[in-house]
Design a protein around this ligand. Structure first.
Ligand SMILES: O=C(O)CCC(=O)C(=O)O
Ligand SMILES: [Fe+2]
Length: 444
């Protein structure tokens, strides 16, 4: 079977030589591209504007739209990661730190308040950085010391309170005890400290960068991650959505969904203390978001080994932020200090588009329909048919969930309602048993 040796669904910019290395079935023919870019050149004078070519066109002759872990080409990954970025495409950056652009929050606000063209130019530049460029950018001074300190006070209180309630937070991608995690810190902060919340989330850079990657009407979530002194690094990973799945689960989604997943979320982290390298700031592998099959690759030893040898850590000052493409290989660093509790507020900003068109009470539907399914099963209906009905009425995805109650241990999703319903049918549960199983899954 073919290897996914050059899977890059979006080339970095028009006319790139690297096009010759792309899997032909995933891109336009060169002639077709040239025709398109010639016709687009008439309407756009912006040489670094985003490539508007459709992702998959013309239709593949022999469709092979599935990724598998053992077909990911390590050599192609290295080639993509080591392809340099043209710094001219990141013209608004104040400087570069190991290839990662460093922006000043004041410049972001300046563009936000500038002309429509200036605003659009920086939005485009940032979208380019996250999609085609290094995949990660630093933003200096996004919050005042006062807003940060008020936030830290709330977050330390939450950590202490949850500890004293005996809640030990299971975590994903880190050994137990290496860190303190506050799930859903956004809601907790809004409820216990609404004014500190208002001060903190008036962060203009957060709004601007979120719009650059996701467009308007995004939704913010936040989790606090404190890497404690001596806390070991997380294993490198990609993030939600596909990053929270086993290889088997992720490979069940077709290739084009792998390119969609990163467009649904923006990852960010706001530094709540100065973070020199010894405190364990996040490790990143710039450019690694480019590898289309990467959600199936990050657990492999060769990919993880490459990460260990090539990651970069970007020292931050209190009040700085980093934003990155969730498909970027990354992980919290090791805290080798004896006394700094490294606190970051991890922001996960979600696209408006991750929703269905209509709101419905799927639990009520599931409980109403379940007795019919039990009866049909008893009458000999095949599982495939029953499962199709389950998929039509029960929630099949475990998120959004209550991660306090159901932490994503090892980065894996808790069981969704549809899985419980299928399980109930197999095990001969009554409708009351199914209702009890739903109720035990709080927050879903
Ligand atoms: O805290 C950090 O530096 C990053 C944590 C992270 O990547 C995660 O928890 O998914
Ligand atoms: Fe992460």
């Amino acid at each position: 079977m073919a290897q996914f040796d050059s899977v890059r669904l979006h080339p970095p910019c028009r006319g790139s030589d690297r096009l010759t290395t792309l899997a032909p079935r995933l891109i336009l023919s060169r002639r077709h591209r040239l025709e398109r870019s010639n016709s687009m050149a008439a309407t756009s004078s912006n040489a670094m504007s985003t490539d508007l070519t459709p992702t998959i066109s013309p239709p593949p002759v022999a469709p092979d739209q599935w990724f598998e872990s053992d077909r990911c080409s390590f050599e192609a990954f290295v080639e993509l990661v080591e392809s340099p970025n043209d710094e001219a495409h990141m013209a608004s950056a104040r400087r570069f730190d190991r290839g990662v652009p460093v922006y000043a929050a004041a410049d972001v606000i300046g563009a936000d308040e500038g002309s429509v063209e200036a605003r659009r130019a920086l939005l485009s530049e940032l979208a380019w950085v996250f999609q085609h460029g290094p995949g990660v950018a630093v933003f200096e001074g996004v919050l005042s010391a006062d807003a940060i300190d008020r936030g830290s006070e709330v977050f330390w209180d939450l950590i202490e309170r949850e500890r004293s309630e005996g809640k030990t937070r299971a975590d994903h991608f880190a050994a137990a005890g290496a860190n303190d995690r506050v799930w859903n810190a956004l809601e907790k902060m809004a409820i216990v400290a609404p004014d500190a919340f208002a001060s903190y989330y008036s962060c203009r850079t957060l709004a601007f960068v979120s719009e650059a990657w996701l467009g308007p009407n995004y939704q913010v979530t936040s989790q606090i991650n404190v890497v404690n002194p001596g806390g070991a690094a997380q294993s490198p990973h990609r993030d939600y959505h596909l990053g929270f799945m086993t290889d088997d689960e992720a490979s069940a989604y077709p290739a084009h969904v792998h390119s969609l997943s990163p467009a649904l979320t923006l990852q960010g982290a706001i530094a709540h203390c100065d973070m020199p390298v010894e405190t364990g700031p996040t490790m990143y592998l710039p450019n690694s978001q480019r590898f289309g099959a990467g959600y199936l690759a990050w657990r492999r030893d060769d990919f993880a080994g490459y990460f260990d040898e090539h990651y970069v850590q970007l020292p931050l000052s209190k009040g700085d932020a980093v934003f990155f493409n969730p498909a970027l290989f990354h992980g919290a660093g090791t805290n080798t200090t004896t006394d700094v509790r490294r606190m970051g507020n991890l922001l996960q900003v979600s696209s408006a588009f991750g929703r269905a068109m209509e709101r419905m009470d799927r639990r009520a539907m599931s409980l109403a329909v379940y007795p019919s399914l039990v009866a049909r099963k008893a009458a000999g209906a095949v599982d495939a048919e029953l499962h199709t009905v389950v998929a039509a009425c029960a929630e099949g995805y475990a998120f959004p969930g209550n991660l306090d109650d159901e932490p994503p241990v090892n980065g894996l999703a808790p069981e969704a309602d549809a899985a419980l319903m299928r399980h109930g049918l197999d095990a001969g549960w009554s409708v009351d048993q199914l209702a009890a199983a739903f109720a035990a899954r709080s927050g879903a």
